[in-house]
Design a binder for this molecule. Structure first.
Ligand SMILES: [Zn+2]
Length: 276
């Protein structure tokens, strides 16, 4: 099956020792694209190195909500410069985390706004993390407010992105009407192993109606192992489990879904350098 992993932290320390083996295994499983997102200064640097070393990998740079209060102005300026590199196809990951709140919420909001601004300025889509505590949706509702306040769906973003998604909801979590609202703003949605966890049941409905050209899958490795993957370290090859789940939710043959996933990836994350 043709596969992509739209969100895979090969830049995490846990992959330092054997990233070449992990990539070979991913290739053998059918993966054709992997996007390596940064979350702070160091991980953004590492994402750039990996995308420079492996022509089939893409990088993104930005600041995660967990690190919102930890990246200073000089660090942010470096990330904003790196965003212009040809290996960088997106901005993030950024977003809001109202579940763990490792950075105070006002700092998360300020950080989200600077990342969204960088996405608009570069024409590279924002990769958005959004989580609320179990049974709540305050993070998702706040994210929607922020997207609308930033003008997503309006003329400036349309001029920068055309028909392309201006942002991706990564590792989707939330209610059906929230998914509908982000799709109405033109966003893409990416599913991870999170969909198999208790409380994430609405994701199956959502997976059934995301337009194919805005439908992505990911592992969020080394996190969010789907059933069958080692809990200790998720790896890109396991995206096949989530892709099979998506195919089942859409009542389509997994083999037939593959070309759509690759097409959605290339449409969402176009790149200026050749893909080998
Ligand atoms: Zn992530």
């Amino acid at each position: 099956m043709r596969l992509v992993d739209s969100h895979c932290h090969l830049n995490a320390d846990r992959f330092d020792a054997d990233v070449a083996d992990v990539l070979e295994q991913a290739r053998n499983t059918g993966l054709e694209r992997i996007l390596v997102p940064g979350w702070n200064v160091r991980s953004c640097d590492r994402a750039l190195v990996l995308a420079g070393e492996h022509a089939w990998l893409d990088a993104s740079v930005g600041v995660h909500p967990h690190d919102a209060a930890k990246v200073d102005d000089a660090g942010w300026q470096g990330i904003a410069r790196a965003a212009l590199e040809s290996t960088v196809v997106a901005i993030g990951e950024t977003g809001l985390d109202y579940d763990r709140v490792f950075s105070p919420i006002p700092d998360q909001l300020t950080n989200l706004r600077r990342n969204l601004r960088l996405a608009l300025d570069t024409g590279k889509p924002a990769i958005l993390h959004c989580r609320s505590s179990a049974g709540r949706r305050d993070g998702q509702d706040a994210l929607l407010d922020e997207l609308r306040a930033a003008g997503v769906g309006g003329s400036a973003w349309a001029a920068a992105f055309g028909e392309r998604p201006p942002a991706v909801i990564h590792s989707f979590s939330g209610p059906v009407d929230y998914a509908q609202a982000v799709l109405d703003l033109g966003l893409a949605i990416s599913f991870s192993g999170l969909v198999f966890r208790r409380g994430e049941e609405p994701s199956r409905d959502v997976a059934s109606f995301v337009p194919p050209e805005r439908l992505l899958v990911e592992t969020d490795s080394p996190f969010l192992a789907p059933p069958g993957a080692p809990r200790s370290r998720n790896e890109p090859e396991w995206v096949r489990v989530t892709a099979a789940w998506v195919a089942d939710a859409r009542a389509v043959d997994p083999e037939a879904l593959g070309p759509d996933l690759v097409g959605a990836y290339d449409r969402t994350f176009p790149r200026s350098r050749p893909r080998l």
